[in-house]
Design a protein around this ligand. Structure first.
Ligand code: FAD
Length: 348
């Protein structure tokens, strides 16, 4: 059980900036995210695409923005609990909240700031009866250790940037090169950048990978060392013919779908899957629970990163009223405040 002043639910760009704003007000914070890394949509959906509308930053990629946000909050060294979903929130008799994650971590906190964006991202799955039991052994929805697929027969299903990127990665010479790579997509048109598509076609022409148009409609498996492993994907091609493709690893990249998940059951006012907030404190209908970034809604809301940054500054001041009820929190400038310099570890 961790006792803290604030828990930020979601480590997307807005959640990360929220931590910085809370830190400036000396509010101790813990962060939780269901993804294995911080950055939310910026990292999950467009890490290498340029963003042009961050104030004062003419251009940066999603990845660069997140790296800078992480650097900015370093002075406050918050613990970021990754790979776990905040699943339950319960108000306690003393006004604090008991919060539990899917990994069993518990927090007792004075305030909660929900920065959960469009919800927790979950991979869209290949729905074949009985397939789920191979998850992590020979069926993968994300690549965590590319080197573990070196020298294997890899079958990749999907037609987006991620599918093509991994197909190229395992097909080209290098430490992670697979024994064979087959890329299966239901159409012969991909939803990926022209450069990635060109690379895939070049690799196919060079014999480094096989392209198949069709859908995986079945599988074959065997029991090895007391665990079941996939040995083949059964593909129905465009002519309706069944083809068997031998494999050691089946990777499925059908994109990610955000799931609002447990937040919907926390008794908060919602409007079309978003949390209703006021625009003075960005508080939900439950005192002590705030919502910032893409997850909230109010008249005139624009789902932009800069809107979330503004919201998190005001939510931090409102949270300070709860965390320090006997203290008046005054506005201070980072440029001139000796106290803020001390907190940030800068200046004399
Ligand atoms: P998110 O980035 O969605 O992060 C929320 C985080 O919360 C996620 O990491 C999620 O895993 C986590 N989470 C959710 N529920 C839970 C839970 N119960 N427990 C634990 N963790 C949870 N905006 C701009 O301003 N400029 C642009 O140029 C721009 N370009 C974009 C391009 C694309 C392709 C897309 C898709 C969006 C773009 N946006 C842009 C929008 C911008 O990415 C979002 O406004 C921004 O990511 C919102 O940040 P957030 O932190 O509120 O939410």
């Amino acid at each position: 059980m961790i006792e803290t002043d604030a828990v930020v639910v979601g480590a997307g760009p807005v959640g990360l900036f929220q931590v910085f704003q809370l830190g400036l007000l000396e509010i101790r914070t813990q962060v939780v995210d269901s993804l294995p890394y911080p950055g939310g949509q910026c990292i999950e959906l467009y890490p290498d695409k340029p963003i042009y509308d961050i104030p004062g930053v003419p251009c940066c990629t999603g990845r660069q923005l997140v790296a800078n946000l992480l650097r900015q909050l370093e002075p406050f060294a918050p613990t970021i609990h990754l790979n776990q979903l905040v699943s339950a929130v319960e108000k306690q008799a003393d006004g604090r909240f008991l919060l539990a994650t899917s990994s069993g971590q518990q927090f007792l906190t004075k305030t909660i700031i929900i920065a959960a964006g469009v919800g927790g991202f979950q991979a869209r799955r290949l729905n074949l009866e009985g397939l789920d039991r191979f998850d992590g052994s020979s069926l993968f929805y994300r690549v965590e250790q590319a080197a573990s697929f070196a020298g294997k027969n890899v079958v990749i299903v999907g037609g987006d940037d991620t599918a093509l990127q991994w197909a190229s990665h395992f097909a080209v010479a290098g430490p992670d090169k697979a024994k064979s790579v087959t890329l299966i997509h239901r159409r012969d048109v991909f939803q990926a950048t022209p450069e990635r598509v060109a690379k895939i076609h070049a690799l196919r022409d060079a014999g480094a990978l096989r392209l198949m148009v069709g859908q995986v409609t079945g599988f074959e498996a065997k029991n090895e060392q007391q665990s079941d492993k996939l040995t083949a994907a059964v593909v129905t091609d465009v002519d309706g013919q069944l083809q068997t493709v031998r494999l050691d690893a089946l990777m499925v990249f059908f994109g990610l779908s955000p799931k609002l998940g447990p937040i919907a059951s926390w008794g908060l006012d919602m409007e079309r899957k978003q949390l209703r907030v006021d625009t003075e404190k960005f508080s939900t209908n439950v005192s002590g629970i705030f919502a910032v970034g893409d997850i909230n809604t109010y008249p005139g809301k624009k789902k932009l990163i800069l809107s979330g940054f503004h919201e998190s500054a005001l939510a931090a001041y409102a949270a300070a009223e709860i965390v320090f009820p006997d203290r008046k929190t005054l506005l201070q400038y980072t440029t001139t405040s000796p106290r803020l310099h001390q907190l940030l570890g800068v200046g004399g």
